[in-house]
Design a protein around this ligand. Sequence first.
Ligand SMILES: [Zn+2]
Ligand SMILES: [Zn+2]
Length: 992
Amino acid sequence: MGYNFPEEEKNILKFWEENKIFEKLREKNRGKERWSFLDGPITANNPMGVHHAWGRTYKDLLQRYFAMKGYEQRYQNGFDCQGLWVEVEVEKELGFKTKKDIELYGIDKFVNLCKERVLKYSKIQTEQSKRLGQWMNWENSYYTMSEENNYAIWHFLKKCWELGYLYKGRDSVPWCPRCGTAISQHEILTEEYKEIIHDSVYFKLPLEGRKDEFLLVWTTTPWTLPANIAVAVDEKLDYSLVEFRKEKYWIAKELIEKVFSSYAKGYEGGKEDFKVVKTVKGAKLVGLKYSFAFDNLERVKEVALRSAQGKQDLFHTVIATDEQIMPISVEDGTGMVHTAVSAGEEDFKLGKKLGLPLIEVIDEAAVYLDGLGEFSGKNAKKDPKIILDYLQNNGNWIFKIEKYKHRYPTCWRCKTELVWRVVDEWYISMEKLREPLKNIVEKIHWIPEFGKDRELDWLKNMHDWLISKKRYWGLALPIFECKECGNFEVIGSKEELKKRAIEGFDEFEGNTPHRPWVDNIKIKCRGVIKDPNSKKDKKCKAVVSRIKDVGTPWLDAGIVPFSTMKYFSDKPYWKKWFPAEMVCESFPGQFKNWFYSLLVMSAVLEETEPMKTIFGYASVRDEKGEEMHKSKGNAIWLDDAVEKVGADAIRWFYMLQNPAENANFGYKNISEVQKKILTLYNIYSFFETYVKKEEIDSSAEIEIQKLENILDKWIVSKIHHLINIVEFNLDKYNISKAVLAIEDFFINDLSLWYVRRSRKRFHEESEDRNSAVHVLYYVLLNTAKVISPVMPFFAEKMYQDIRNETMPESIHLFDWPKIKENQTDLDLEQKMDEVRNIVTLALAQRAAKAIKVRQPLSSLKVNNQKYKVLEEEFLNVIKEEINVKEVLFDGNIKEDVELDLNITEELREEGKKREAVRFGNDLRKEGGYKPGDQVSLLSTAEVFSDKEVLKDLRVNKFTKISKKEEIPDNYVIKEIKIEEGKPDFIAILKNK
Ligand SMILES: [Zn+2]
Ligand SMILES: [Zn+2]
């Protein structure tokens, strides 16, 4: 490989740094029109993987491009700092298993370690990004853990509270028993559902007052059975009583077969009988009472007793489901649904509607609470067998146990299987925000287009936003809730906190607004207590602490259009930069997370869209299209990749991808990209070899109209066209289209046609040579400009190699080239396309008859019904390219083109000479001669005595020999075949 990507890139990094090129670029655009980019913060928690390079390259490319177009920019990178991501890693480092470990260790020390981790990895990520070629004002990166960011969210939450959106809700929520926190609906992405096999159990509940009659019920989560309150049926569904082994079971009619077939006669292995006794509608069963295995446990007894004393006793009763809340399926199970109000979302909702009691059974680590007999203190998820064993050993409860494979949600952070718990959490109500949010989504330009529908779909279905987490490292929710009167307040700023604090502020001062420091501040309650004996309500005035919860990290990232753009400290500045032109992020997940939080916060604070365009891209997979995982061993760290193949190739690879589809990253794909880049490199090398820097007049203008050579005119028109196409597409963020056009240009037009056809022109002094030098220089300079946002290193390297002292010191200090309207020539381009088509067809005819291109032929006929008659200068290109004497346009041929394949004696002789010249030239190179050098030549072949051949090969002394043995030792020798049959030899003196 002629170009060492990683090495060259390191040199260029040094060059940029030493010469402050980025600073000079910013200086150049200072005070000009703005292009406002808003960076989505990267979690500063690990070194970057190769997948991070995709988005970073988009961001860098666009910023570089708009800088070339003269726009001032902020160049602010963001780091996401707070939240479970970081906590879990620090816990791992410390070997912690539970939240208790953290509290024993000390929340302050723990939080400080989280901060340190963020600082450590933000530094590493900064260095990695620089190595990737990303230009940012790194010293000015924003950190979501900053005071500014945290207090900005306080402001937002206060506004939510004032608008009445913020509330405390008690609900059954998905819960991670390891992290000890609720996982909001927003955080459970499809990829967090894993295929898991659980023991499912069919159990039987004896009905009160009906001997040997049971409800047959099924569950895939046996750990929830002690929480059983009721059994739900569908009133309209048919249920049958089935007699089997002298007992009778109620089951949905449609499911009888499925459940009993394995026992029944006529089925494989089965020999028993079962019999349907009767069938009724579900409604007939509603109200029946049953007993269960856990009725002796204290917690269960208490609830049963309280329920019996209440208005309606629905404990252990068959109830009618509400289809809207909990539809009953006849795909699986028995159609009789175990309802554990405390341990399921639907169960809880149904319970709320029907007024069912609930039994809480597990704590935040999924450990059974006290009052549950032998289960108390045991972990519901870690010891799933205990419930099944109990059912087996304490009576006749089990009908059968079956392995069951299903998609089950896991924690997005630690992959632990989730459970459901009824807890108090804080929510932002979406009721009044849903419609405004939809309107904002409509105003935004979404790339890919389907992004809009996905976001709308999410907004349609989303629940209220659960924003609290019972954790440590995160935004301290500024909610102060009074235990006396139930009133709660939200504090909106540090100043307000200071004003309201009656205790603890002095100790807090000087610390960041995080736990535990902020936890000790107390304020006075402003709630009122209704006094039935007096007309005047009493003021509460209790001393109130902050709730202990922290906020979801999506609040941290959602506020950045405000916090990082000085919404609070410098409104004129904010107005200049808001809304952002665009954000650019990998879309899986972001519709529910970052995009969503940006929209919500902007809707609440300013009722408008925070960005004009949302540019999303898919995920990075491995070479085979499989997900990359550290544990699978197919993940690639960015450092390794850059060290191995260089940043430019990675960048080019990513920019070729369709952002709507996953990108399969692998070194094989990258080496394909490198090969393409090397095509371009070879053209620069060719130019450097044949042209001295002094020959270049960088100030000279190029005008198509003043050029003589048709190839020169054509390539200049082509590069101008390319510049326009790339600009058109980049303006619309059609990045892959722009990059594909560039690639097509330098491979198919520049390398395969222009340079190949012009090679000879560079060899000898002439007017035509000057034109070729001038044109190729101009094309290469402009190619470097158009590739510079995509491959900043390679562009710089190419530029430095052809640059002279009068020119800007870096390719990145050029403006985007402006093309005058008369400087493209479509007619010319179309004619050259025709030339290339004709050439391709003619060469195919030669190939079919195995006639070498070096063998001249007399004529080519071109069908003038199909092709426009071309001018002389185009015909000359065709003649040279396919080696014919004449090109004729003719209306009487059947094919597109027709080559005269008759080789006359004269043509054959000429062919031999051409062949001889080619062999001679190869040998000159082997012998170590430069193009202009004279050589002495020996050969057994007669053809070399031809004057033209000798002149072409710059031979000053030719000796005809009769056999190989006559060649002295200090000659390079080649065996050749000029004619059919006998081999010949040529030799030239080795050059010392
Ligand atoms: Zn977890
Ligand atoms: Zn109060």
